[in-house]
Design a protein around this ligand. Structure first.
Ligand code: ZN
Length: 255
């Protein structure tokens, strides 16, 4: 029994896309549109949250787990895992690396999405380093990992993309994804974290105000998606970086 599972579709064993983030809500805020679009296309998506967000000013770890469960249903995720690492102190210790390798080998994703290398929250930068290191080690036959008492097979994907959260990327995004038809779903998934973000009706809470809980945060998020959408001639978009050089099969794919 894997106690780190907080949401799962037991019929799904491996997934098309694995999102690895630092805190519950990072995935929804940064790549919720792409996730909603993928699952609407019949693709399977799992999210691994490294921490429970226990250092957050508002809410409680228990509440954030419940919120993550609700958001997972809205985005139609197949799995949500919480590794229970120390919020604010994510490190690159062998234990942390083995944890990430274990879930990469469990889910065997074709694509991995994670934080970019330059971010406001130190945990986000730590997860970027941790995930890149783990992706490499996941492909090494001499790195042995077990899950539920079973030895795992090695696995490696070269398709690693970074989503944008607090800071702009240090260089131009490599591509944008049109999320126009899934933007409302993304906002609903973000609002599932009602202890963290502004939702109409929860203004009178006694909790302290944070950047995320002000109405400005959501306005800024929507404005950015609208701006990125405008760059590619659609209503809303999300920006991504590719860790490895990105190729296309033919110009035909663009026609
Ligand atoms: Zn975060």
């Amino acid at each position: 029994m894997d106690t780190k599972i907080i949401f799962e579709d037991t019929a799904v064993k491996t997934v098309d896309v694995l999102v690895i983030d630092a805190h519950p809500d990072d995935a929804e805020i940064s790549c919720g549109g792409a996730i909603a679009k993928l699952t609407s296309e019949g693709k399977t998506v799992a999210v691994v949250d490294c921490t429970r967000g226990e250092m957050g000013t508002r809410g409680t770890p228990h509440l954030r787990l419940q919120e993550a469960r609700n958001a997972s249903e809205i985005l139609k995720l197949s799995h949500r895992i919480n590794l229970g690492m120390a919020d604010g102190f994510i490190d690159e210790s062998p234990d942390s690396l083995y944890e990430i390798v274990t879930y990469i080998r469990k889910f065997r994703p074709k694509v991995i999405l994670t934080h970019p290398p330059f971010e406001r929250h130190p945990d986000h930068e730590a997860v970027n380093r941790l995930v890149r290191n783990a992706i490499f080690k996941s492909g090494l036959t001499k790195i042995h990992t077990e899950l539920n008492g079973e030895l795992q097979e090695v696995y490696r994907t070269r398709k690693i993309f970074c989503f944008m959260q607090s800071y702009q990327f240090e260089r131009k995004p490599d591509f944008y994804i049109d999320i126009s038809d899934h933007h409302d779903q993304k906002i609903r998934a973000i609002e599932a974290f009602s202890s963290q973000v502004y939702v109409v009706g929860n203004e009178n809470t006694s909790e302290p105000t944070t950047k995320l809980s002000s109405p400005d945060f959501k306005e800024e998020l929507i404005a950015r998606a609208r701006y990125f959408g405008g760059l590619i001639g659609v209503r809303y978009a999300e920006a991504y970086l590719s860790v490895e050089p990105l190729g296309i099969c033919s110009f035909s794919n663009m026609m």
